[in-house]
Design a binder for this molecule. Structure first.
Ligand code: FES
Ligand code: FES
Length: 152
């Protein structure tokens, strides 16, 4: 089937199989490897991308469902001016180590900041429960996000 969408602000038109996953489409057809495959069952958040500004697990999201929509990956987020603030806060609070979870984490955080949903530390923890990190113990991540949300 024919797929027409915007990816990181650019028009993309491709043929895809009806069962093709958005994660595979992004990584294999477009070479956007920032979204990672890990659990493959919508638990870890490593594959997170934004579809029309909302965080989705691209390992469980059909590429066909992105037809006519706007997809943002970490490569696209990195081109935006607000990325510098995210990068600075995560670096200052040592909110990453191996970095495997970081693209998905940053995309979820950027979506939450955009929607203004982060009013307390508890909300931050609850909002990030779909993004797992095996390295940091989360303290640095929560502190970085609290800083970005202006509640630190
Ligand atoms: S790889 Fe998609 S949620 Fe884990
Ligand atoms: S920094 Fe390694 S999994 Fe999060």
């Amino acid at each position: 089937m024919r797929l027409e969408l915007k990816v990181n602000g650019r028009d993309v038109v491709r043929e895809v199989k009806p069962q093709e996953l958005l994660l595979d489409f992004l990584r294999e057809s477009l070479g956007l490897t920032g979204a990672k495959r890990s659990c493959d069952v919508q638990v870890c958040g490593a594959c997170t991308v934004l579809v029309d500004g909302l965080a989705v697990s691209s390992c469980c999201f059909l590429a066909a469902h992105a037809n006519g929509r706007e997809v943002t990956t970490i490569e696209g987020l990195a081109e935006r001016k607000e990325f510098a603030q995210l990068e600075e806060a995560f670096t200052r609070h040592a909110a990453l180590q191996c970095g495997f979870c970081t693209p998905g984490m940053l995309l979820t955080v950027s979506s939450l900041l955009e929607s203004g949903e982060l009013g307390s530390e508890e909300q931050i923890k609850e909002s990030l429960d779909g993004n797992l990190c095996r390295c940091t113990g989360y303290r640095g991540i929560v502190d970085a996000v609290a800083d970005l949300a202006g509640i630190a």
